[in-house]
Write a protein that binds this ligand. Structure first.
Ligand code: ATP
Ligand code: MG
Length: 337
């Protein structure tokens, strides 16, 4: 049964189209990972789900209820951990948790017991009674998570919960999330860490420029590509016409599928093989035609390959593009001053 259904969501901020007919179904009880590069629309999607933002058009059903019409009901069911949370710096972590519990009208005794539980579980003893203004990024993230969990929501929505955290804090958060999922909480988490989504989620979607470009379980998505990923580096790729010939050869050889040119690296092409016979005949044919092979290596397909297959670039390249665009815009603004 699906807990969340998003249908044809559209959202623009001025001229920026953040979501383009985004459609997504999240099953009850799943651990759902939303993977996408910077600016792909993850936070916008999650904010709409939490009724903090209205879409321009489209439908949002949560637990069979129209979230756009009944935002109050929906908020009671959801625990939301935003990407950036503004804390009242004067209050201590414990006071902030107490305040949050009161906002949800929790009984005092239940609230305090729950807070003690979470302090324990997230290892917050040594600093929770300090003013939150002095907290590190990792401490803030743990406090945010505790805040989202206080009212024991059946749906937990987390926007990049471990972004920028050290390995220890990340693994504390991961194990708590696994435990909650084991107890029946549906979890929807956004991330741009491939390994986070791969490790935790049983279902996932990749979004890019406000669209879902692939969905399924991480292993299904990788399996669809073929048994192994191959990276071929050939001298002739530096020449457009010769490089094209190599690509044609790859397409002709049986047993190789989905060739994707990785534009970021001049000499490389990535593709996926169903069996290794295809590889030896590729090597033979390339050599016969006089192409110089620098390297031909195999590895298991990763989620980055799924992304590469769908978009023609790696997730890391997509992030670099966003950073570069931001820098260019900044430079242009400075030049105009
Ligand atoms: N308040 C806003 N005003 C203007 N543009 C916005 C606003 N919020 C988001 N955007 C733009 O909408 C697009 C989607 O942004 P969103 O924050 O949903 O992406 P994201 O996938 O969460 O990115 P990140 O990984 O960087 O958090 C981006 O182009 C972003 O610049
Ligand atoms: Mg975001």
């Amino acid at each position: 049964m699906s807990l969340i259904e998003l249908q044809d969501l559209e959202k623009s901020y001025g001229v920026v189209k953040a979501l383009r007919k985004l459609t997504l179904t999240i099953p009850q009880g799943s651990f759902f990972g939303l993977l996408g590069p910077n600016g792909s629309g993850k936070s916008t999607t999650l904010k709409i789900l939490c009724t903090l933002l209205e879409p321009d058009s489209g439908e949002v059903l949560i637990d069979g209820e129209n979230a756009l019409k009944n935002p109050r009901n929906i908020r009671q069911k959801i625990g939301y951990v935003a990407q950036e949370v503004a804390l009242d710096k004067i209050l201590t972590g414990r006071e902030l948790l107490q305040l949050h519990g009161d906002l949800y009208h929790l009984k005092r005794s239940f609230r305090n017991k729950k807070i003690d539980d979470l302090i324990d579980r997230l290892d917050m003893h040594s600093w929770i009674d300090r003013r939150s203004g002095s907290y590190s990024g990792g401490m803030k993230r743990r406090l945010d998570l505790a805040t989202g969990l206080l009212h024991e929501p059946k749906l937990l929505i987390l926007d990049e919960p471990t972004s920028g955290l050290d390995i220890e804090s990340r693994s504390t958060i991961w194990s708590l999330l696994r435990e909650l999922h084991g107890q029946g909480t549906t979890i929807l988490l956004s991330s741009h860490y491939l390994e986070e989504v791969d490790e935790l989620s049983d279902k996932m979607a990749i979004i890019d420029s406000g669209n879902v470009i692939a969905q399924g379980s991480p292993s299904q998505l990788k399996k669809q590509l073929g048994k192994n990923r191959v990276t071929l580096k050939v001298r002739e790729f530096s020449n457009q016409i010769e490089g094209q010939k190599v690509l044609e050869l790859i397409k002709e050889v049986k047993g190789l599928n989905n060739p994707v040119v990785n534009k970021a690296q001049g000499f490389s092409v990535n593709f996926f093989v169903d069996n290794t016979d295809g590889l030896s005949s590729l090597r033979r044919q390339l050599t016969e035609e006089g192409f110089e092979i620098f390297s031909l290596s195999e590895s298991r397909p990763s989620l980055d390959d799924v992304y590469l297959q769908a978009t023609g670039k790696t997730l890391m390249d997509a992030e670099l593009e966003v950073v570069t665009q931001r820098d260019l815009k900044k430079e242009a603004k400075q030049a105009m001053r």
